[in-house]
Design a protein around this ligand. Structure first.
Ligand code: ADP
Ligand code: TRP
Length: 331
């Protein structure tokens, strides 16, 4: 039996290098392996927790959809769909809410971080927290459990969510008999947390990202913004610096070794960033071409996602029907 792989990205901003190396690239690699059966989607209803309006939704939705396709997702091999097209997901979400202890949600990172921030600012602990954010991990568990998922390729920040999905499946199985499969996270150890411009985790929420698909000029401008120390040309640089970490992602081994050596031998930051731009741009350019193609042909993207949704729905119906039988709401 093939192992099922599933992952989603929420369209809350433009895809960045952290998304690519942490989640998209490992997911695409798995999809080239015949032992895996892959389901990748755009988590548009998860994005509702932060988006301001429909223009943002549409802008980011197509950015993420075209990103997947540009990065090599083959719709003939991968079931590629939009979360909101799978109505079964939202039914399972409700069912699962009833086997999810509230305390488990209180401990979820995104909610906890928000509460801590509010407490530090001396305002109501739940200020700005909507129920979409609070219930976020339950919908994510539904996304995953609805497809009998074995593996979920994600960056390290999502690990807790997969553990929660596993706990929820366990709770359901204890109450109703074994019906749901417990998933495992699949984390690429080398790229589990990519650093951003300021050296913290690269994230849309920190405003420190390098966008994957922009024109060359903007890519170069972002790279020039990487924060460095004040060591002058001629002074040896730290090999753990952000510029070197990013360079390694794009370069072949030999080229990366040479770059690191040059840094240790005093390569100036300006030259180092120029070289990082060259290697990054060379890596991204062929994918950018495909990205631009899909952005100019959104009808084609819609069609791919529609076909994907039909395939996904078939599996979703089977699993949901099993769940309904277990809880006694089948006919
Ligand atoms: P963001 O933190 O920018 O909002 P998302 O939460 O949309 O990113 O992440 C989408 C996917 O990309 C997830 O699997 C997440 O773990 C992965 N990811 C995001 N940022 C990074 C990063 N800096 N390093 C590795 N993986 C990341
Ligand atoms: N929470 C994930 C993120 O922020 C997105 C997501 C939604 C997801 N549902 C999922 C990831 C199911 C993996 C599996 O990036």
């Amino acid at each position: 039996m093939k192992k099922r792989v599933l992952t989603g990205i929420k369209p809350t901003g433009y895809a960045h290098l952290g998304n690519y190396f942490g989640a998209i690239k490992p997911a695409i690699e798995l999809s080239h392996n015949e032992d895996y059966d892959c389901y990748y989607f755009i988590a548009d209803y998860h994005a509702l927790t932060t988006l301001e309006n429909k223009e943002e939704m549409q802008e980011y939705f197509y950015n993420i959809a075209c990103t997947w396709l540009a990065c090599g997702l083959d719709p003939a091999k991968v079931v590629f769909y939009r979360q909101s097209d799978i109505k079964e997901d939202f039914e399972l979400n409700w069912i699962l809410a009833n086997v999810t202890p509230k305390g488990l949600m209180n401990r979820a990172h995104a909610y906890k971080a928000m509460v801590e921030k509010n407490e530090n600012e001396g305002i109501d602990r739940d200020d700005g927290v909507n129920m979409g954010l609070y219930n976020y991990p339950i919908l994510m568990a539904a996304d995953i459990l609805l497809f009998d998922t074995d593996l979920v390729p994600v960056g390290l920040d999502q690990k807790q969510h997969i553990e929660i999905a596993r706990d929820i499946a366990h709770n359901f199985n204890v109450k109703y008999g074994k019906s749901l499969k417990g998933p495992k996270e699949y984390i690429d150890e080398d790229n589990k947390t990519l650093v951003g411009l300021d050296g913290r985790k690269m994230s849309k929420s920190y405003n420190n990202t390098i966008r994957l698909f922009t024109d060359e000029k903007t890519l170069k401008k972002s790279i020039m913004k990487i924060v460095t120390d004040s060591r002058l040309p001629g002074e040896p640089k730290d090999k753990d610096c952000t510029v070197n970490k990013l360079f390694k992602l794009f370069a072949e081994k030999e080229e990366a070794e040479k770059f690191e050596n040059d840094l240790l031998n005093g390569l100036g930051w300006g030259d180092a960033k120029n070289r990082l731009f060259e290697v990054a741009n060379k890596f991204i350019a062929p994918m950018r071409e495909k990205f631009d193609y899909y952005m100019a042909n959104k009808d084609e993207v819609d069609e791919i996602l529609k076909e994907g949704a039909l395939k996904a729905e078939k599996v979703a119906r089977e699993v949901l029907s099993r769940v309904r039988q277990a809880i006694g709401t089948d006919r």
